[in-house]
Design a protein around this ligand. Sequence first.
Ligand SMILES: [Fe+2]
Ligand SMILES: [Fe+2]
Length: 285
Amino acid sequence: MTQATSTSKAAEPTELRWDPDLIPPFPAIALKALNLMSGTDTSLLELCNLIRSDPAFSIAVLKFANSPLVAFSKNVTSVMQASMLLGFRRLRSMLITIGLKAYLQGSFTPLMKLCWRHSLACAIIAERSAKWSSLDTDFAYTAGILHDIGQVALATMMPRAYAHVMERGADQPHDLLVVEQELCGIDHCQAGRALVIAWNLPDAFIEITACHHDSEAHTPGTPSLVPPSCALADSLGFAVVRCRTSHSYAGLLAEFPEPARNRFPADTKELAAEIANEIKVIESA
Ligand SMILES: [Fe+2]
Ligand SMILES: [Fe+2]
């Protein structure tokens, strides 16, 4: 008999156990976009045809393409026109954002909203620092959007256990993994890694999801922007689980490549307001 029959300790009888097969799949178009790594005309056309086959994605792409985020001088009236104007890489980043939004909207609880805002804040910071460091801005943005997908998965499957994780909090971001292990039986980095494999995403996302709280395990280049972007997003007020130990703004910026460090606003409030504003624009797109 595998099913627990005792009720005395079954405080959360309907809570699911971690199983990547039970996690709702990420929207198919966004998964396909993540797997199309090349930016050839054929892959742009392939993306375009996929979008056109899905009315909800078509509307979302047109809304994004006509929003202040993109600011084209002319009105974008078709998916094909949006695709040509945006280009493959930018269109792909946009689809991942739309995909995450659609993914979370099934249960847009306050916890999911925190996950959404943290992912966006991290993506915006990673994208900016990539631009200032002459790294791959689109990959940085996508990596930022997806780095904590394991946390989204845990919060989806085990909302009550995850509420306890949030109550408990952590001293340092890395301690959060220990608390998750204790209360959920798996941490969000392991969960993220399992999802990247289950969804057949490119290997580059394994490191992004599995190692972003491991200060020793950064590949130089664009992936190395994710850990400091995640930490900075937390400190600016976009954390999912608050850490009791806070780091100075200067200390957090020192983790970015040199060219990016001096480009951030001197005032954290100014940076937080800029990011909050960008999130608002994305949310309303
Ligand atoms: Fe994380
Ligand atoms: Fe994060």
